[in-house]
Write a protein that binds this ligand. Structure first.
Ligand code: LLP
Length: 433
């Protein structure tokens, strides 16, 4: 566990702050981000592109964590964002995030959402299907400037990842199908619409991908699409957007792939593909979500009940679970966790780390190696920063945790813990008379 940082008391630290102190100050369950680590990960991607000498845009996929504070940090780091709902767009607006750096995704954007995006002058709308194209044609004609769009195409590539995380195979709800000619028809339609400007081509093959082969195929495919449209439609794309999906290391058995490797694969494959036809390199976009915030996040829990069953692993329960991190229950996602007061102490037993929710499937880690623990001990689950808090719920009417950003030894609460009053805030009394 080289990712673990400790202080002179051998306690776990996050962004230079003692995890025990964080748990004490803000209570548990608590979501903590090491903001230094987020920035570092961004810099890795930026540097990887700089080494390749290409024009690029890094556009963070908001869905991984969409809170005001993250948009503030991203703006500071010159990172663009994609949003997939009016709610994410609204949050970016609240953070005063530059709207020209926003792209709008989604397979069923509503008229109201599209209208909101146009009114806010978001940088680009990534059109997913013919229905949306019709809505947009209607709306965009009301604006003096043409609306920038990219077309999301379905490249017909099956990523090696969990089935729920695959999006690029032909049988998918996302994007214009390439093989049947849908995508080319969509491009023609956009090119014939005065109020729309086709700036590029987008595809996304899936999430938590831990190999480069899928990205190689994708770069070849989008390069080929660019060539085809140049020849058949006399249209040259300025931007190729390769989506996100860059996997991170959750457990020791996940093989790490550095940002540099992903970027190199994309750029070099595209270069080779375009070289044969004298096409200039377009601007390259990527949309990492998990890779930017995942490794920086920690969920802190307090240990409570324990159940020993002869012949089975003991159940060690914590004060959070599927309400603050649904991924283990939903995707059988694997994580590691450490004891905050002694993350490097020798292992003494194997336990099942269970959540507090009233559901058998609420197991956070099915086999976890731990030193001896006692009730009241703080556990830190690692790499929870992506799709953890953003998928949190109030199941069992458990308030959602607070979120803290820690950086350079200083911590700040950026989302307050929900109160019981928050839970009934939207309820209205039913009139029984
Ligand atoms: N771009 C598009 C168009 C996407 O649909 C996604 C993710 C991304 C970028 C960012 O992918 P990332 O770099 O984070 O892998 N809730 C699931 C992940 C769903 C991802 C959906 N789309 C999970 O927790 O594993």
């Amino acid at each position: 566990t080289t990712r673990i940082k400790t202080n002179s008391q051998h306690h776990l630290t996050i962004g230079g702050v003692d995890a025990l102190q964080l748990a004490d100050t803000y209570q548990t369950p608590l979501v903590v981000y090491d903001v230094d680590a987020i920035r570092e990960q961004i810099h890795q991607f930026q540097q990887a592109f700089a080494e390749q000498h290409v024009n690029y845009v890094i556009s963070y996929a908001s869905k991984a964590l969409a809170i005001t504070a993250i948009y503030q940090v991203l703006a500071q780091e010159q990172v663009h964002v994609d949003v997939v709902s009016g709610g994410e767009l609204y949050t970016a607006m609240q953070a005063h995030f530059p709207m020209k750096w926003v792209s709008f995704h989604g397979n069923n954007k509503s008229m109201a959402e599209l209208e909101m995006a146009l009114q806010q002058h978001v940088g680009v709308i990534i059109v997913d299907n013919f229905y949306e194209l019709q809505l947009l044609q209607k709306l965009a004609s009301k604006y003096p400037q043409p609306t920038a769009v990219m077309l999301r195409i379905n490249p017909g590539i099956t990523a090696h990842t969990h089935e729920y995380d695959q999006t690029g195979q032909e049988d998918s709800k996302f994007g214009f199908d390439w093989s049947s000619g849908q995508a080319t028809r969509a491009a023609e339609a956009v090119l014939q619409t005065q109020s729309l400007k086709l700036v590029g081509i987008h595809a996304h093959i899936g999430s938590q991908i831990l190999e480069t082969q899928g990205f190689k195929l994708l770069a070849q495919k989008l390069g080929a699409v660019m060539k085809t449209w140049e020849q058949e439609l006399h249209y040259r794309a300025d931007i190729l957007n390769f989506g996100g999906g860059f996997g991170i290391q959750y457990t020791k058995s996940d093989q790490v792939i550095a940002p540099r490797q992903f970027v190199q694969t994309l750029v070099q494959t595209l270069r080779d593909t375009l070289n044969t036809s004298d096409l200039p390199m377009p601007t390259i976009w990527i949309e990492p979500g998990r890779a930017l915030v995942g490794p920086a996040g920690y969920n802190l829990y307090t240990i409570g009940a324990r159940k020993d069953i002869p012949g089975y692993l003991p159940y060690v329960s914590v004060d959070g679970g599927m309400g603050d991190n649904l991924r283990p229950a939903l995707y059988q996602a694997q994580y590691e966790a450490v004891l905050a007061r002694a993350p490097q102490a020798p292992i003494q037993e194997k336990v099942r780390l269970s959540g507090r929710y009233c559901e058998s499937g609420d197991i956070l880690i099915s086999q976890l190696d731990l030193p001896a623990t006692k009730p009241g001990d703080v556990l830190a689950m690692l790499d929870t920063g992506a799709y953890g808090y953003s998928m949190a719920s109030n199941y069992n009417r458990v308030p959602r945790p607070a979120v803290v950003f820690a950086e350079q030894g200083r911590a700040q609460e950026v989302v307050r813990r929900e109160s019981f009053a928050d839970l009934t805030h939207l309820d209205q009394s039913y009139n029984l008379n």
